[in-house]
Ligand binder design. Structure first.
Ligand code: KIV
Ligand code: NA
Length: 270
């Protein structure tokens, strides 16, 4: 019987062996990720990756819950963290609580993640005090794309550091057990990691962070365009295309299915 990692288990990894996090949206990919990862994130990036949406803004709570249920069924050991989608938690701490309770009750996940620094600190405290472990997400926050006007790295000029450092301190003080830092210049990510008591999980935020996260399809080479911070650890697209081409040509040539894939009649009883 494998015990699942908890939010406090991940919290206690501050400054230790790097935390390995990866997204998954399905039972089968969750099963594969579970073998090597500490945290599986059911990210709202599923809107773009699975559904072909232009941003994460249209993603709904129902979409998140459906995929999180699949990921929980497919995994046993990793802490499963579920993204709270745009519009499900920002208006008030009570709204956030009710949305998070739905996610936790309907999926059994161990934690939620939400975007925002100081502006979400009061909500994070409210949730944590009521039994909901929260991973924060600061730096580039993709749900704010329509306000930001584009995806751009943060903190590349020292004059911009103050608000991002304040965000990091605020979510840590509010009780976040970890924080994702997205697309932040290395020296700032390093400074924040040294300053806050909880682990920082970087995506485009340098190796100085206490852990790393990537979108699985990006690192497998399955998505067409990827940001600078993605390393393609695999190139699975051509392998999948070759398998499907082989299937199509065997179907057209009637060489698939072969006798070994075909049911014969039972031998009649004597
Ligand atoms: O939605 C997502 O996949 C994320 C990670 C990239 C951090 O939030
Ligand atoms: Na996300």
């Amino acid at each position: 019987e494998v015990r699942r990692l908890s939010a406090p288990d991940i919290r206690s990894r501050k400054g230790g062996e790097p935390i390995v996090a990866l997204t998954a949206y399905h039972a089968h990919t969750a099963r594969i990720a579970d073998a090597s990862c500490d945290v599986i994130l059911v990210g709202d990036s599923l809107g773009m990756v699975m559904h072909g949406l232009e941003s994460t803004v249209p993603v709904t709570l129902d979409m998140m819950i459906l995929q999180a249920q699949a990921v929980m069924r497919g995994s046993r050991r990793a802490l499963v963290v579920v993204d709270m989608p745009f519009g499900s938690y920002e208006a008030s701490r009570e709204e956030a609580f009710h949305s998070c309770v739905r996610v936790m009750k309907e999926t059994g996940c161990g934690a939620v993640k939400l975007e925002g620094g100081r502006r979400m600190a009061e909500t994070i405290r409210f949730l944590v005090e009521r039994g909901i472990p929260v991973m924060a997400h600061i730096g580039l926050t993709p749900q704010s794309i329509n306000v930001l006007g584009g995806f751009r790295a943060q903190g590349r000029e020292e004059a911009d550091w103050g608000p991002i450092e304040d965000d990091a301190r605020a979510v840590a003080e509010a009780g976040a057990f970890a924080m994702v830092i997205e697309a932040v210049a290395e020296p700032l990510a390093r400074k924040i990691t040294a300053e806050v008591p909880c682990p920082t999980i970087g995506i485009g935020a340098s190796p100085a962070c206490d852990g790393q996260v990537l979108v699985m399809e990006d690192m497998l080479g399955l998505t067409p365009r990827v940001p600078k911070f993605v390393k393609r650890f695999g190139d699975l697209g051509p392998g999948i295309a070759a398998a499907i081409e082989a299937y199509a040509s065997e179907v057209r040539a009637r060489t698939f299915p072969g006798p070994e894939h075909t049911y014969a009649m039972k031998k009649p009883a004597k």
